[in-house]
Design a protein. Structure first.
Length: 95
């Protein structure tokens, strides 16, 4: 998957503000993802990577869609490894 430009939708911008997440974090997670899944319910991609959040390193997810070489980030939030494992185990997220 080749990603050129990464854009932010308005919903993501609101999540960044509400969760006090640095504006650069979604781009960082997408570009440095240790895992990328497809959400079978929405068809969106899910990028997972550790990133700084609230003064510590947390596992973060960014949901995004791809159109050509442009990724549009939709939402972002912290999660636990067990959350990722559960989504993969129940088939919601596929590698």
């Amino acid at each position: 998957m080749r990603i050129g430009r990464i854009e932010y939708c308005e919903h993501l911008r609101e999540r960044l503000r509400l969760r006090e997440i640095d504006e650069a974090l979604p781009r960082q997670v997408i570009r440095q993802a240790r895992q990328v899944f497809r959400d079978t319910a929405t068809g969106y991609r899910i990028a997972i990577a550790p990133a700084p959040y609230l003064g510590e390193t947390h596992l973060m997810m960014v949901m995004f869609e791809i159109d050509g070489d442009v990724a549009t980030a939709i939402t972002v939030h912290p999660l636990e490894e067990r959350d990722v494992e559960a989504k993969v185990r129940n088939g919601r997220w596929q590698p």
